[in-house]
Design a binder for this molecule. Sequence first.
Ligand code: KG4
Ligand code: ZN
Length: 354
Amino acid sequence: MSGPLLLAVESSCDETGVALVEDGRRIHANVVASQVALHAPTGGIVPEVAARAHLRWIVPVLDEALGTAGVTSADVDAVAVTCGPGLAGSLLVGINAAKALAWAHGKPLVPVNHLEGHVYAGWLLDPGEAEREAPPFPLVALVVSGGHTFLVEMRDHLDYRLLGQTVDDAAGEAFDKVGRLLGLGYPGGPAISRAADGATARDRQFPRAWMPGTFDVSFSGLKTAARRIVAQARADEGLPADGREAALPEAVVAELAWGFQDSVVDVLATKTLRAVEETGARGIVLGGGVAANAALRARIAGEAEARGLALVIPRPGLCTDNGAMIGAAGARRLAAGVRAGLDLDARPSLPLAR
Ligand code: KG4
Ligand code: ZN
């Protein structure tokens, strides 16, 4: 590989990430400072706290990434940065760091859509990883994160046709809210997945919102159903309605976590496979924090294998927010001639588009 070396910065939410990526694929360094512990006491992200933490960590993370890759910021060919969607204050920290580096070394500044980054994580190769084929077009990408849930068709690089999206909560948001309901703490996704693994009985059914005739999904009804099912389980155990006073037995929490996760996975996998059938796609790419979910990965892997489809699911650390995915998408944008000036601003509600 000998394409351009990009320095990529990600700070849209609660992870400060800086990576060095060669040719849009090979990771040379990918350092992420997570704020999960910082936001755990509030059970969610406080934007002002997140922005301050990015400010605290951006320079150390940058230094560590350069050190790991064994380069200086003068050696890179371009600087890519997430410009949206995300939290304005958080985005601005990464954008200003990237601008300073691009300006100081006279390098192109490439603006990247965070959602596009989640899609392009599927192209990344870890430092020692053997070369493998890039995902084949046309493909269907499912991005499921804490803030977004959508299905797109890609017939070529940077070419996205939105097939469907959530009409209310993102999948990760549903995991986080139901995790809280079950007393599993923040973030709920990994906690629900761990709890569900321990379920011995797998018969607690949660409803599925099929949204027939569309590729859209909805999780707000499931969340309301979860509230009702948890309240009923508490009553059945003779516990008071307020979960802070006494927790449900671990075995019941595990069964409920399994039932909820099964509903989310079933809907996401079914919609994705239907999208593949309808578009004639040759492969599937999964991205976003919820793509770290083992049950979702296993279900889609099984279905893809049965149909002879190519499937790329990044390792969990590349599904959650990181700088490398911005470097992967940034390289495609660089090749397409996309550039930003020093007036680049945060775009908190940026949709996925070229
Ligand atoms: O992509 P991401 O790191 O940040 C956003 O751009 O939102 O996604 C974070 C989301 C959180 O809601 C978290 O609960 C969820 O991804 N998540 C998971 C798992 N790991 C992270 N959800 C289900 N199962 C997991 N193993
Ligand atoms: Zn994300």
